[in-house]
Design a protein around this ligand. Structure first.
Ligand SMILES: Nc1ncnc2c1ncn2[C@@H]1O[C@H](COP(=O)(O)OP(=O)(O)O)[C@@H](O)[C@H]1O
Ligand SMILES: [Mg+2]
Length: 248
């Protein structure tokens, strides 16, 4: 399990996270939702080791990693896909994906990750020799996910993967994330501003406001909560009644 305990972090003299507790198990998808500026990316960066922990603890499969580098955390199975994807535009799809393995220091006689991941990401088979810079945003996001998985994470942090994608491409992306869960034993932390989509996909969810977790629970319970309905889902604040059939 990946655990955050009373995590405090921030930038310069300002603390952004004020004591966040969070858990992510392998084989679950956990959404972190909240408004722009709530501290979601700060949380993802702190978990990944890109931002120093000011107090609290981060525990990765029973080992405290709060003081380790992001590289060390990646080698121990915690890998983040940052906002904005950041592929090497001049390298091919296959080269980008295979780099994800060398980035965590894994070598040897394993088959190339680009070959292993072909069932999850059709883009690999369709475009493996094309330069990443020529792909659409949705395709680049697939390659960024595949590159992260090439490092064989046990925990994968996705920061706003839908950013800049059309609704149709976002649907495709979320289908891909669902396929990852079916195929690989990896826990996925999905940071998203597309609250409805994220809650529909996730098993559990945390709502972050101003650097604090204000609500957590099963994704269904979080989605049904009047506060979340009102603030993020454009609903009137009434949870669906239990009488009558569920809407399709
Ligand atoms: N690099 C930075 N330097 C200083 N302040 C930052 C930096 N990045 C984010 N912040 C501030 O931290 C707060 C949380 O931002 P962020 O974690 O990016 O929110 P979210 O991802 O939920 O939109 C905001 O007030 C933002 O202005
Ligand atoms: Mg963000």
């Amino acid at each position: 399990m990946l655990e955050a305990r009373d995590v405090v972090s921030g930038y310069g003299s300002v603390s952004v996270l004020h004591g966040v507790d969070l858990e992510l198990d392998r084989e679950e998808i956990v959404a972190v939702v909240g408004a722009n500026g709530a501290g979601k990316s700060t949380l993802a960066r702190t978990l990944a080791g890109l931002l120093p922990l000011r107090s609290g603890n981060i525990i990765l499969d029973d080992t405290q990693v709060g003081a380790s580098s992001s590289h060390s955390r990646a080698r121990h199975g915690l890998i983040m896909v940052p906002e904005g994807r950041r592929l090497f535009a001049g390298l091919t799809v296959r080269e980008n994906i295979n780099l994800g393995r060398s980035a965590v220091g894994k070598r040897g006689s394993d088959p190339e990750p680009a070959d292993v991941l072909g069932d999850i990401f059709p883009i690999i088979k369709e475009r493996e020799n094309q330069r990443a810079g020529l792909l659409s945003g949705g395709e680049q996001q697939q390659v960024a996910l595949a590159r992260a998985l090439a490092g064989r994470p046990r925990y994968l942090l996705l920061d706003e993967p839908s950013l800049g994608l059309s609704p149709a491409l976002t649907t495709q992306l979320f289908e891909t994330i669902a396929r990852i869960r079916e195929h690989l034993p990896v826990g996925i932390l999905l940071v998203e501003q597309m609250v409805d989509r994220a809650l529909a996909l996730a098993d559990r969810a945390y709502v972050v406001e101003r650097g604090r977790v204000v609500l957590s629970g099963t994704a269904a319970d979080v989605a049904a909560s009047p506060e979340v309905q009102r603030a993020y889902l454009g609903g009137a604040g009434s949870a669906p009644a239990s009488d009558g059939p569920a809407a399709p």
